[in-house]
Write a protein that binds this ligand. Structure first.
Ligand SMILES: *Cc1c(COP(=O)(O)O)cnc(C)c1O
Length: 400
């Protein structure tokens, strides 16, 4: 049996027939509302007429998010991209600023920067957690940044460096305390893209709560979904207040008058979506257990295969295992990529919808000219990573 066939067999042992109907493709991560109160809560919205951007479910969802994460404040918005854009605006990012972020992320991280007219500036990741590499950030700032009147500036472009934006990739916490120490040393605000990391913790902190603001996504493929949705998490009462204000057209509270004191956005999550969110959050623990078990079963099934490993939960961290990720270990990146392609082709032919990691952001046409440091680790890793089907419903114990 070829190595690719052996890997495919191992994966099929874990998720091959768990969804029941043979021949049905097995997706990467699918929504599931079974065993929850989703119908009842959505019905309440329809029966009461409270379907839009105000209502008890939005408040309840935000309270539940705080209870689950330890955040002082949560502000629910329409999606994770909007949450990032608002978070960056709140910490002072504006047009023609640069924001430091890793190239190994979903495109939304860079897009949120661009939506403010700012420019993504890429710094390298570390192979372990796949998150931003603190020493690489420190060395790159040493090389390109200078402190001047009005902030920190990129010596070669002359633009202001306005924020640091690390990402917790596939649910694994990145080395956020060390990133924060570097950002603090330069006086740069920190925003965490925790879109994939609900239920992930490092050193007793939920992801998203070490920086000034953290953001979550509740898109259909995330750990819990509201259809579409996102949230900002923060310990700052002031930032939360501004987030609410700016996300509701900056309208001044009044029974009838339409008075607005800033250019705001219409970003708030509708009650209908929040009702789904409450039902899903009530199910969070069961999901985390199922996903941990699924990750462990993958690890066991792949144990004896020497050409691959799973991206592991970083030390001292609790990962939500959002997407279990296979790493091809061949020294030569081209060889790893070729092996990955063989597994991809064989798996897709068999209805196992594996995905290679995202195209690195600095290689996308809209960001090819963006400023960057050395991205050797990101480039060395991106060719060898493969996301595996990771829905909690693939766990054997799920439907019982
Ligand atoms: C999903 C995701 C987002 C964006 O969230 P949407 O709700 O899809 O807008 C941002 N960053 C990362 C890393 C994500 O995975």
């Amino acid at each position: 049996m070829s190595q690719a066939q052996a890997i495919l067999r191992a994966l099929q042992q874990v998720c091959g027939s768990s969804t029941g109907t043979p021949g049905q493709p097995i997706a990467l991560h699918e929504p599931d509302f079974s065993g929850t109160q989703a119908w009842a809560y959505v019905r309440d919205c329809l029966d009461s007429g409270w379907v839009s951007t105000a209502g008890q479910w939005v408040t309840r969802f935000e309270q539940e998010l705080c209870a689950r994460t330890g955040a002082e404040h949560a502000v629910a918005v329409t999606n994770g991209t909007v949450a990032l854009r608002l978070a960056l605006h709140l910490v002072g990012v504006s047009a023609d600023d640069e924001v430091l972020l890793p190239p190994l992320s979903f495109v939304a991280t860079a897009n949120a920067v661009a939506h403010l007219g700012a420019i993504p500036h890429f710094v390298d990741v570390e192979a372990g957690s796949l998150g931003m590499d603190p020493p690489a950030l420190a060395a790159h700032l040493e090389a390109v940044a200078e402190r001047r009147e009005g902030g920190v500036f990129n010596r070669s472009t002359g633009r202001r460096l306005a924020a640091v934006l690390p990402v917790h990739v596939f649910g694994h916490p990145s080395r956020i305390q060390e990133v924060r120490a570097v950002a603090d040393a330069w006086g740069l605000p920190l925003v965490e893209d925790a879109a994939e990391a609900l239920g992930s913790w490092s050193d007793g902190n939920h992801c998203g709560l070490v920086g000034a603001v953290g953001t979550l996504s509740f898109n259909g493929n995330k750990l819990i979904t509201t259809g579409g949705g996102g949230a900002l998490l923060t310990q700052s009462t002031e930032l939360a207040k501004r987030a609410r204000h700016l996300s509701t057209t900056a309208k001044l509270p009044h029974s009838w008058a339409f008075e607005h004191d800033a250019v705001g956005w219409n970003d708030r999550m509708p009650n209908l979506n929040a009702a789904l969110g409450v039902a899903q959050l009530e199910d969070l623990d069961r999901r985390l257990v199922a996903k941990r078990r699924l990750a462990e079963r993958y690890a066991t099934a792949l144990e004896n295969l020497t050409s691959v490993e799973l991206v592991a939960e970083p030390e001292g961290c609790r990962s939500n295992h959002w997407l279990v990720t296979l790493r091809f270990l061949a020294d030569d990146p081209a060889e790893a990529e070729a092996q990955r392609l063989q597994v991809l082709e064989a798996a897709h032919a068999d209805g196992l919808l594996l995905r290679p990691v995202w195209r690195l952001l600095h290689q996308l046409p809209m960001y090819v000219d963006a400023p960057r440091g050395e991205l050797v680790v990101a480039e060395g890793q991106a060719c060898r990573l493969l996301n595996l089907p990771s829905s909690p419903q693939l766990d054997e114990g799920w439907s019982s």
